[in-house]
Ligand binder design. Structure first.
Ligand code: UGA
Length: 449
């Protein structure tokens, strides 16, 4: 099928690349001309595992193209995926002006009927508003649009694998023909009849994705409800960690046993510095705002948010307890990205840690496999190192802020010899407390002795 993708950020680029790799003809556009120029030159503007590889292969097969001309992209597709940003306003409400602009563009540029699919994360009822807006903006041309909601559940870092092996594909539609069209778009994924780029061509055996057809409102709510529930699970685990510290229990033993109950599930129960990124913090806020706007008080989500914000305070309590005076101390920050395997530092807990360290007068040395270029622009006063051991040289403390594998595998015997003081404060529970102490470290983490 011929598909258009508007917005070449994480969601748009992964969606466009994967749908092209699955066999469709995809035209991508973005208002950022530099981004389009980079893509046309064979570059990849974001770091995402496997993305470069599938963009190259889709490009070689002539399945994907990029244009800064939104009209050209809009006219090219039978279905148009809207993947533009919906950043939070100061109130926490999602800013939908980019979606509105795209609706105007689609209405102005389309010459034939289109299926318009919202993939950006949006509050419930946006699809209905989008449908109204498209009808109003296309009054003169009289081109007909159908609207659908197709929320994405991709995680940064594993977005390509998640796209090809989803648990479920949700489509919120107004009529059966839109559902049929979307089923056709996703047929290669549902039938696993594509060359799996993540597993050397062949998908591993496993459960096939469920294709769920719902109303547009339900589809939009499914996305928000899912993200918020995962955030709630993390905050729950973090409070359990605090309790474990007071009571003398081990959070990993507790959450592991909890997770074995199929009704609870073991994922997203990892205690530490809390959640960050451009999804959970903003989605939780937007969901609280949406609920309040229709008179529903989503108290547990407010608590989720509060607990998450307190994680940084809890981390600093540990830092102060260990270091006493922070001012003038040389501190190695291991990890800047909001989680491992991404270069995304938006709303990263690590950045809040760096900000507070600088405010308190620490000398900050930092390292991150992918997050440094973006962080340099925000915190030029930090000393950046490609090599973790250089960051740890002469450090009074090492602060682990992101769960990168390279940090998990660090040689702490070697690091210990380089550091001024053998002190590790681990915000991601990467190491075994006893093992670190046996190596002669003072070691602090969350919810474990
Ligand atoms: C999240 C969802 O997991 C995706 O399903 C969703 O599509 C996406 O948001 C989105 O709305 O676009 P993502 O933000 O990429 O994906 O990252 P996650 O892997 O969910 O992690 C979010 C944060 O929670 C990270 O800071 C991570 O370190 C933290 N986390 C995660 C924990 O602190 N503990 C855990 O047990 C799991």
């Amino acid at each position: 099928m011929r598909l258009s993708v508007i917005g070449c950020g994480y969601v748009g680029l992964v969606t466009g690349a994967c749908l092209a790799e699955a066999g469709h003809e995809v035209v991508c556009t973005d208002i950022d001309r530099e981004r389009i120029a980079k893509l046309n030159a064979g570059g990849v503007p974001i770091y995402e595992h496997h993305l470069d590889q599938i963009l190259a292969s889709a490009h070689q097969a002539g399945k994907i193209s990029y244009t800064a001309d939104a009209g050209e992209a809009i006219r090219a597709g039978d279905a148009i995926f809207i993947c533009v940003g919906t950043p939070p306003k100061d109130s926490g409400e999602a800013d939908l002006s980019a979606i509105d602009n795209v609706a105007r563009q689609i209405a102005a540029e389309a010459k034939s009927a289109k299926l318009v699919v919202e993939k950006s994360t949006v509050p419930a009822r946006t699809g209905l508003e989008l449908s109204r807006a498209l009808a109003a903006y296309s009054k003169k041309s009289n081109v007909k649009f159908r609207v659908a909601s197709n929320p994405e559940f991709l995680r940064e870092g594993t977005a390509v694998a998640d796209f090809f092996h989803p648990d479920r594909i949700v489509v919120g539609v107004e009529d059966p023909s839109s559902a049929a069209e979307l089923r056709e778009i996703y047929r290669p994924i549902l039938e696993r009849s594509f060359r799996c780029p993540v597993h050397n061509g062949t998908c591993p055996p496993g459960r096939k994705a469920e294709f769920l057809v719902t109303t547009i409102n339900s589809a939009e709510l499914i996305k928000h409800a899912s993200n918020s529930f995962l955030a709630l699970k993390i905050s729950y685990a973090n409070v359990i960690a605090d309790l474990c510290e007071k009571i003398g229990a081990n959070v990993e033993e507790v959450t592991h046993a909890m997770g074995l109950d199929a009704r609870i599930g073991g994922q997203f129960l990892k205690a530490g510095l809390g959640y960050g990124g451009f999804c959970f913090p903003k989605d939780v806020q937007a969901f609280i705002h949406l609920s309040a706007s229709v008179g529903v008080d989503f108290d547990i989500l407010k608590a989720t948010e509060r607990v998450n914000k307190q994680r940084i305070d809890r981390f600093f309590e540990k830092i102060r307890q260990a270091l006493w005076v922070v001012k003038g101390k040389r501190v190695a920050v291991l990890g800047l990205a909001f989680k491992a395997n991404t270069d995304d530092i938006r709303f990263a807990p690590a950045l809040e840690v760096v900000k507070r360290l600088l405010e308190e007068g620490a000398v900050v040395h930092a390292t991150d496999p992918e997050g440094m270029p973006r962080s340099k622009a925000l915190f030029p006063q930090v000393h950046y190192h490609d090599d973790a051991y250089r960051a740890l040289q002469d450090a009074d403390a090492a602060l682990v802020c992101t769960e990168w594998d390279v940090f998990r595998k660090l040689d702490w015997d070697r690091a210990g010899k380089l550091m001024a003081r053998k002190l590790v404060i681990d915000g991601r529970n990467l190491y075994m407390p006893q093992g670190m102490r046996e190596k002669g470290f003072e070691y602090y983490s969350f919810g474990r002795d």
